[in-house]
Design a protein around this ligand. Structure first.
Ligand code: SF4
Length: 148
C-alpha cells in the first residue's frame, strides 16, 4: 500500500533559516517513499543499495506512536546520513539543501517556516511509518549493515 504521505505538499521556502537542523547531526525524518523520490530527483534510474546505504541512516528517534491501546513506542526513523562534522549529506557548501523540492517530510513540513502544524504532521508520519512494511524493511536492512 502506498502511504498517503508518499505525496504531500512541499514547502516552497528556500531560505537558510532551518540550516541549524541541517548541521545538527539529526537531519529530517523521511516519509515512506522519500528515498525513491530523492533518488529519482538526483537522476538515478533506480534506487540502488549503494545509494541507499551511502545517503541514509537508520535511527531510533522517531516520534512516539501507539503500538497498542496500552503502550507507545518511538517509530523507527530513516534520515539522511551525516558527514563527520554532523552536517546532512544533502547540505551544499553554500548552506542550501541540494534536494529541496523533494526534501524529507520532516525537513519540509516541520523544520520549514510554518511550524504550527509540525506536531500533528509528525504524528501522522509516525502512524504512516508504523503501517509501512516497506519503510520498516528499509530501516531494518540499513540498520543491519550499519551495525556491520
Ligand atoms: S535534506 Fe535538506 S533540509 Fe533536510 S536536513 Fe538535509 S540539507 Fe537540511
Amino acid at each position: 500500500m502506498i502511504s498517503k504521505l508518499a505525496v504531500f505538499e512541499r514547502s516552497v521556502c528556500g531560505c537558510t533559516e532551518c540550516k541549524s537542523s541541517c548541521e545538527s547531526g539529526k537531519p529530517g525524518m523521511l516519509a515512506p517513499c522519500d528515498i525513491d523520490r530523492i533518488a529519482e530527483y538526483l537522476g538515478l534510474k533506480e534506487t540502488t543499495e549503494e545509494f541507499t546505504l551511502k545517503m541514509f541512516q537508520a535511527c531510533d528517534d522517531g516520534p512516539e506512536v501507539a503500538i497498542s491501546e496500552r503502550s507507545d513506542a518511538r517509530a523507527p526513523a530513516l534520515r539522511p546520513a551525516v558527514r563527520a562534522d554532523g552536517s546532512c549529506v544533502f547540505l551544499s557548501d553554500e548552506g542550501r539543501c541540494m534536494i529541496h523540492p523533494v526534501a524529507p517530510f520532516e525537513c519540509s513540513r516541520v523544520n520549514a517556516c510554518d511550524p504550527v502544524s509540525g506536531a500533528a504532521a509528525m504524528k501522522k508520519l509516525a502512524q504512516a511509518v508504523r503501517d509501512s512494511i516497506d519503510y520498516i524493511m528499509h530501516w531494518t536492512w540499513i540498520r543491519e549493515r550499519q551495525n556491520g
